[in-house]
Design a protein around this ligand. Structure first.
Ligand code: ASP
Length: 231
């Protein structure tokens, strides 16, 4: 599991990768930001740091769910079946992804972003995705916006999605929605799929994706809740 958090006011960030026993990886990411001299920690060292700070470590069985187990088996079988294997098994977006992201703006104009993920289904051991990479799957900057991405992490890293979106606003003066569209276009051009959630320092929200759907929701300043899955 990988996770990251970023504070747009200070540009401080904390990220953790390749965790196996931390019940809530985002809690550890926050601790890395607040209580360590580092931005990113991984694997055993990160879990030892968790232990030192009283973060709950848990048996890996805790993370088992039937749905994710079956998705893994299906993806593995499709891989074995070669290029047509995928078609035989019908792999859905839900089978491949399981990232949770959040972005927020407070009344003082402070932005923050956080992302937590089990990573791509059937990834190689040791693979780290975009979620804990600051500037790729997670980014926040009070000067512009807060961003959290989901999708093919490799392409989100290659396209530096989070920072690119912010930079398009900061240096090109683009609006949030326009900049988000541009970076997702960059991901699509690389043949990557996914989506992102972003909010700017004026409270504008955009939730674009180039997949069939993306579980998403927001609450606006009047307190109105909106949740959506498909287009
Ligand atoms: N972006 C995540 C990763 O590549 C996967 C996902 O969003 O489901 O690790």
């Amino acid at each position: 599991m990988d996770a990251a958090i970023m504070d747009g006011k200070t540009l401080k960030a904390g990220a953790v990768a390749s965790l196996k026993h931390v019940k809530n990886p985002i809690v550890l990411a926050r601790l890395v930001m607040d209580k360590s001299p580092h931005v990113m920690m991984d694997g055993e060292g990160a879990e030892a740091f968790a232990k030192q700070h009283g973060v709950e470590l848990i048996d890996q069985k805790y993370f088992y769910t039937k749905q994710r187990w079956e998705a893994l088996q299906k993806t593995k079988a499709a891989e074995k079946g070669g290029p047509s294997g995928e078609k035989k098994f019908i792999i859905t977006e839900q089978d491949l992804h399981g990232t949770v992201g959040a972005v927020a703006l407070d009344r003082d104009g402070n932005l923050a972003a956080a992302t937590s993920t089990g990573g791509k289904t059937n990834k190689l051991p040791g693979r780290v995705g975009d979620s804990p990479v600051i500037g790729a799957g997670t980014y926040a900057n009070n000067a512009t916006c807060a961003v959290s991405g989901t999708g093919d992490g490799e392409f989100f890293i290659m396209a530096t999605v989070g920072h690119d979106l912010s930079a398009l606003m900061e240096y090109r003066g683009m609006r949030l929605e326009e900049a988000a569209k541009a970076v997702l276009g960059k991901v699509a051009k690389l043949d990557g799929t996914g989506g992102l959630i972003a909010i700017d320092n004026q409270g504008n929200i955009t939730l674009p994706f180039n997949t069939s759907g993306m579980y998403r929701g927001y609450v606006d300043p009047t307190g109105k809740f909106v949740t959506e899955i498909y287009r």
